[in-house]
Design a protein around this ligand. Structure first.
Ligand SMILES: Nc1ncnc2c1ncn2[C@@H]1O[C@H](COP(=O)(O)OP(=O)(O)OP(=O)(O)O)[C@@H](O)[C@H]1O
Length: 377
């Protein structure tokens, strides 16, 4: 086996196209995360890989073995694809012990030698569940059940491991623990994996590459670092934490906000001759709060804003400000701003600054521009 290739994959439910001509390759041993908002087609793509859905078009190959081809009506059954699956709901058999649950894929594949030679004990030990082998799922915590599900997904040494939001049902502490365990297992065993999530921190932590989906298609597919540094579109930027959005219009000295601030975007300024309206995206952590323009660092870009809300968050305040009707969020250090911020009133004038290298710009959405123009008329 060397890698998984998905070509022109199309899956419809009735008249709705859920996976739309999708192209994706997963190298052998690679951990690819399918990331995107609810309903963009992540789980459906995973289910097509598993053979649990029959696509209307396209091909899926595991190495040089075609497991699905719409044209030739090739559709290899799930249990013959040599995959492991780990679901959000754990999906353990309630009437089987942990030992029998973990051993189930070996039994179905008739791998009697593996069953005899202790593969179940080894898989259980990998996820620290060796002492739970005689218990039933109802006698386990959520975290233990999910670890058993991971052992079951890996025990048969599958060509591809599919994870469908496996951490979503766990509380924050357990989620971190199981996430780290999956990461370590992947580094040790080197299996190929596709992991579905809508959580960007999970995606960054686990993925060799992130495949960001929008309406059944890939919007961007790259390493976590590249996606973080250079989100390929406004949609990706918004999804991976650049929640602050400003619409700017061209001005002869830079780019102008709706309330008249002219911003120098430095090397991030789109070239002359391009669009006259752009969207600027910024992370909350890259915005800094000040009481007056003079307080902003030299060389930073400044915005005039008004205060909307302040919430105490321990080391920082979560602050919401308004720039000509656009709401921006930022974090202000408690020690630096504690003397004035908690008592500042809604509507108080404030200044926000950022380093121009931290901004990312995108062509404005034509539909939104048209909407604004029609409102103005
Ligand atoms: N069996 C089905 N019949 C009809 N529509 C379906 C079916 N399965 C999924 N859909 C629809 O397909 C769309 C994509 O669903 P999918 O579960 O793939 O999205 P997702 O990106 O995984 O979202 P989530 O994170 O909420 O699971 C949704 O609008 C969903 O309602």
């Amino acid at each position: 086996m060397s890698g998984i290739t998905i070509s022109n994959l199309t899956k419809r439910f009735g008249s709705n196209t859920i996976v739309d001509d999708l192209e994706l390759t997963i190298d052998e041993g690679e951990f690819v995360v399918l990331l995107g908002p609810s309903g963009c087609g992540k789980t459906t793509t995973l289910r097509c890989l598993a053979g649990l859905e029959t696509p209307e078009g396209g091909t899926i190959s595991f190495g040089d073995r075609t497991v699905f081809d719409a044209k030739t009506h090739t559709d290899v059954a799930t249990h013959r694809r040599n995959i492991g699956m780990i679901f959000q709901s754990y999906a353990l058999w309630p009437h089987m012990t942990v030992r029998d649950n973990i051993g189930y894929p070996l039994k179905v594949r008739r791998k009697k030698e593996a069953l005899r030679s202790g593969a179940v004990d080894k898989a259980a030990a990998m996820v620290d569940t060796g002492h739970l082998l005689d218990r039933y799922p109802s006698q386990l915590s959520g975290g233990q059940q999910q670890r058993v599900a991971v052992a079951r997904g890996l025990v048969a040494e599958p060509d591809l491991v599919l994870f469908d939001e496996p951490l979503s049902n766990l509380d924050a502490r357990l989620r971190d623990q199981v996430r780290t365990q999956i990461h370590q297992l992947h580094q040790r065993l080197g299996f190929s994996a596709v992991f579905v999530t809508h959580d960007q921190s999970e995606a960054f932590a686990l993925g060799d590459r992130l495949a960001i989906m929008k309406d059944g298609r890939l919007e961007q597919c790259d390493t976590p670092q590249r996606v973080f540094d250079e989100p390929g579109s406004d949609y990706v930027a918004a999804f991976i934490g650049m929640g602050n959005r400003l619409v700017l219009t061209r001005h002869h000295e830079g780019w102008q906000t709706a309330n008249g601030d002219v911003l120098d975007l430095g090397s991030r300024s789109p070239e002359r001759g391009g669009a006259d309206e752009i969207i600027a995206r910024l992370r909350p952590a890259d915005l800094h709060l000040h009481r007056a323009v003079e307080d902003a660092p030299h060389g930073s870009t400044v915005l005039h804003a008004t205060l909307v809300t302040t919430e105490f968050g321990g080391r920082h305040y979560d602050v919401l400000v308004d720039v000509a009707g656009e709401r921006l969020t930022l974090q202000a250090d408690t020690r630096e701003h504690g003397a004035w911020l908690p008592t500042a009133e809604e509507g108080a004038p404030v200044v926000v600054s950022f380093n121009p290298t931290d901004v990312r710009t995108y062509a404005a959405d034509p539909a939104r521009s048209a909407e604004r123009e029609s409102v103005a008329v």
